[in-house]
Write a protein that binds this ligand. Structure first.
Ligand SMILES: [Zn+2]
Length: 540
């Protein structure tokens, strides 16, 4: 009798790879909860859950029980969806039952109150834009829970939109953020194969702002004046658009779209770049002077864009940039207990005070730490930063492998394989990967070697590997068995770079150093459990 041959698949299981005629993309983000935080990163998410993210709905009216996104008469625009876009991954990555119950309350309302014609969310909202964000929250929720209501609800909503876009075209914010909805349209297309969705994506693109044209001939090379400021010079719009050309390349396969993305990064760096990896925009383009600011929404949106760019184009340069923003600009603008944030942070920041700063358009409160300094958008939107970083540290490769696109303590599980990443990165130079397949299996590990890591080494079960190059992905393909161990070392030499007015930034690995200035925090306002603070220097 012929023995049965049983194939056991081992490697990353993609929930839904890009379906033809879409471009395949370099990597595939793994379904939410495939990558779980560990070590200091899990601790950071727990602090976040204990801070504003886990409590803001208990006292901030715009996210309270009266939100129109919960059926009340209150705020019914972007704030509910912004909050959910971060609360969903935070809840499922911390497995916090209280936060999961909160997520369910919001999701149940949205999914159980869809209109008969397909409209989602509050009836009083007539703007397409907030729904872009709600769709991002819904796709994450579906990945984490498999909730059977999500895909049919999205199908009904997109059918409604396709029917009404001509008579009620995109306006204002929706024009400049079209790519954020196209991501969700493609997410659904990859699951149901409905080609009509690609027509909807083309219509969104056609009604949307042409970011590629803006950066083919980039004119805004200095801080804008109030008169010059418009939605094309707006910082958060630009941060969201840092994925527009890549997302559109998935649809067109046109090399020009890929090139355009690099053109955008290059122009923003050249005219508005800051040492912490982000560009200035307070809240419009503000030039290279490090006393100009960057809005927190732009920081978390740039991170989300970079996570998409990594998946789509697979260029390690986006991983370097993601870490630089995540490990510098993001923590710099949040209090350590994650109860207060700034609207605008500055690379060169000596005082956080209610006073006349030189912002392009923002108000006098913009760089104090608090609940909603200047404006409450960041109060609702900031929650996505840390959890989405954790969820995107690992991605799948087209040949069933795992790509480490950014580093942090974590564990990835997919297709019968678990890889534990033990590290104190970015505070230490070493990363240990413990590979644990259910049965021996063949798949590649694709490891990002940061461009700054001269002398980086990779050792497999104690054997040094040849051909490790900074600024590239290093690939180890073999038959893996339980107990295999990969050790990475990224030497973090101190280096300097020159910036505005011959100023110098000091960097080590992914970290940008700051001068320790003595500080005193002055309470200026109390709102429920949240305090607003000015911060004054006590040393030169
Ligand atoms: Zn904001």
């Amino acid at each position: 009798m012929k023995p049965l041959c049983v194939f056991v698949f081992l490697g990353t299981l993609w929930a839904a790879p890009n379906r033809a005629p879409l471009q395949a993309g370099a990597f595939q983000p793994l379904a939410l909860t495939s990558v779980m935080p560990k070590g200091w990163l899990l601790e950071q998410l727990r602090i976040q859950a204990g801070g504003l993210s886990g409590h803001i709905d208990e006292f901030w009216p715009d996210l309270g029980a009266n939100s129109a996104w919960l059926g009340g008469g209150g705020e019914g625009w972007e704030r509910g969806p912004y909050f959910l876009d971060g609360l969903v991954p935070l809840a499922y990555l911390t497995k916090d039952p209280v936060l999961i119950a909160k997520v369910r309350k919001w999701m149940d309302w949205a999914l159980d109150h869809q209109q008969a014609d397909g409209w989602l969310g509050p009836v009083k909202n007539t703007d397409w834009w907030p729904n872009y964000v709600m769709l991002k929250a819904l796709t994450q929720f579906q990945e984490a829970t498999g909730d059977a209501r999500v895909i049919p609800a999205m199908e009904r909503y997109f059918a409604y939109q396709a029917k009404h876009l001509d008579e009620r075209p995109l306006k204002e914010w929706a024009i400049f953020r079209w790519h954020d909805e196209v991501l969700s349209v493609l997410w659904l297309y990859n699951r149901n194969g409905d080609r009509g969705l690609l027509d909807l994506a083309r219509k969104l693109h056609q009604q949307g702002h042409d970011w590629e044209a803006q950066f083919a001939d980039f004119k805004t090379r200095e801080k804008v004046t109030r008169q010059q400021a418009n939605l094309a010079t707006h910082g958060v719009n630009n941060a969201m658009a840092l994925k527009a050309a890549a997302v559109w390349w998935l649809v067109t396969g046109d090399k020009g779209d890929r090139a355009s993305l690099y053109q955008m990064f290059e122009a923003l760096d050249r005219y508005h770049g800051q040492p912490n990896g982000i560009f200035s925009a307070d809240e419009h383009y503000a030039g290279r002077d490090p006393s100009q600011g960057t809005e927190l929404c732009a920081v978390v949106e740039a991170m989300f864009s970079l996570e998409q760019d990594l998946a789509i184009l697979g260029d390690p340069v986006f991983g370097d940039r993601l870490e630089k923003i995540a490990y510098n600009a993001l923590p710099a603008t949040l209090s350590a207990d994650l109860w207060a944030h700034q609207y605008d942070q500055q690379a060169n920041q000596v005082m956080c005070s209610i006073s006349n700063h030189r912002w392009a358009t923002n108000g006098p409160e913009s760089n104090i730490f608090g609940l909603e300094p200047n404006f409450g958008c960041c109060t609702a939107n900031m929650h996505q930063g840390w959890p989405k970083l954790a969820a995107n540290l690992w991605m799948g490769t087209a040949d069933g492998g795992f790509a480490a696109v950014a580093y942090g303590p974590s564990e990835v599980t997919s297709g019968g394989v678990t890889i534990e990443e033990r590290t104190d990165y970015p505070f230490r130079e070493s990363v240990t990967l413990l590979v644990n397949p259910a049965k021996p299996g063949t798949f590649p590990l694709v490891l990002r070697i940061p461009a700054w890591a001269a002398g980086a080494t990779v050792a497999l079960n104690g054997q040094a590997q040849d051909g490790v190059q900074p600024g590239e992905f290093f690939r180890v393909a073999r038959t893996w068995k339980s107990g295999d161990r990969v050790e990475l070392r990224f030497p973090m030499a101190v280096r300097t770079s020159t910036w505005y007015n011959n100023s110098v930034a000091v960097e080590r690995g992914p970290l940008v150093y700051s001068l320790k200035i003595g500080e005193v925090w002055h309470q200026v306002k109390q709102t429920g459990p949240a305090t607003d603070w000015e911060v004054y220097p006590t040393t030169p």
